[in-house]
Design a protein around this ligand. Structure first.
Ligand code: NAP
Length: 322
């Protein structure tokens, strides 16, 4: 069986950048995309803060560019989803939904994170029928309709602003009376005439109309506990993300679902590196993910060179003793 040099799991900015660097280093990386190519960036309407693009660019376009650049140097891309990894034996084993079983000398984990759910009545049942986690994907369907956005971070405000292009009114419901979002986003949202804020309030439920789609939300003021209904045909939820790390639980050192790495992207297992949101719950920027993907790739290159001179067990023993 062929043993790969490096398998990259995940196709966000960190994964594609790791592909770019390892392919330029002649390592012939194999990148397994997961179910959603491009990850969260692919769902972002516009990226304004990625250096080198002064006019901003649509998220899907950035994904396309990252992929093209990685492929240009020989990154092999498979549209497949990893279902199981075995990092206890070396070469490591990676199994996929398409029934493939790979052996690899090193792994770069860049599986990212997915949107958190409110876990309230109506949310699951009405997903795709008015409940959404992606304004870029679904905003268009809410032309001249009233929508609710939940959250007080950059995502809620950015996506809320995007929704003003379609919706007649965007009500942002936040559980506190202070926004977490950056100053520039706060200013833009607070100044937008189509946006109204409801403070100190959470959603108690999302309610369907006779047509089986979202018709209203029940709001609960967290200070007074008062309940009231607000008509809305769309509910967009942006309350943070959950790291996609289940595959590695029990095998890699993790904290709150995030993979623990050192400053140079090493996990606790030699030859396994992690980059992007799966190991960073603080910065979560395209620019930082790209940087982490670069570091993981360069360290992978170093690890593979070391593996030419030493047995894996030796490297492992050295790391344990360090
Ligand atoms: P976030 O910053 O973690 O904000 C999540 C928001 O959801 C917070 O306001 C939080 O309220 C609220 N929330 C959490 N759980 C909730 C619940 N169960 N019910 C109601 N509200 C809840 O997440 P994010 O906005 O997705 O941003 C993630 C990171 O990406 C941040 O570092 C952000 O700066 C970055 N980002 C940057 C840009 C940009 O630069 N253009 C765009 C998008 C995201 P509390 O405030 O009360 O905790």
């Amino acid at each position: 069986m062929t043993v790969e040099n490096v398998i990259i799991i995940g196709s966000g900015p960190a994964g594609f950048t790791a592909g770019l660097y390892t392919s330029r280093a002649q390592l012939k990386p194999l990148l397994l995309t997961g179910n959603e190519i491009g990850g969260q960036v692919a769902l972002t309407y516009e990226i304004e803060n990625y250096p080198g693009f002064p006019d901003g660019l649509p998220g899907p376009e950035l994904v396309e560019k990252l992929q093209t650049q990685a492929e240009r140097f020989g990154t092999r891309i498979e549209y497949d989803y990893v279902t199981e990894v075995d990092l206890q034996q070396h070469p490591f084993v990676v199994r996929t939904q398409n029934g493939q079983e790979y052996r690899t000398k090193s792994v770069i984990v860049s599986t990212g994170a997915t949107p958190r759910k409110l876990q309230i009545p109506g949310e699951l049942e009405l997903t795709g029928r008015g409940v959404s986690y992606c304004a870029t994907c679904d905003g268009f369907f809410f032309r001249n309709k009233e929508v609710v956005v939940v959250g007080g971070g950059d995502s809620a405000l950015e996506e809320g602003l995007f929704l003003t292009r379609f919706a007649s009114k965007v009500t942002i419901v936040h559980r506190r009376d202070e926004l977490r979002a950056s100053k520039i986003m706060r200013k833009r949202a607070l100044e937008n005439e189509k946006i109204e804020f409801i403070w100190d309030t959470v959603l108690a439920s999302i309610n369907a109309g006779e047509n089986g789609a979202v018709a209203s939300v029940t709001l609960k003021n967290v200070k007074t506990e008062e309940l009231r209904d607000l008509p809305a045909e769309g509910v967009f939820i942006f309350i943070g993300h959950k790291p996609n790390g289940e595959l590695f639980s029990g095998q890699l050192a993790m904290q709150d679902g995030y993979i623990v790495t050192n400053r140079t992207m090493h996990t606790n297992i030699p030859g396994v590196f992690a980059a992007g949101e799966i190991q960073d719950n603080h910065f979560r920027q395209v620019a930082t993910s790209v940087g982490q993907g670069t570091m993981a790739a360069m360290e992978t290159e170093r690890f593979l060179a070391e593996l030419e001179d030493k047995r894996y067990e030796e490297i492992k023993a050295e790391m344990a003793g360090a």
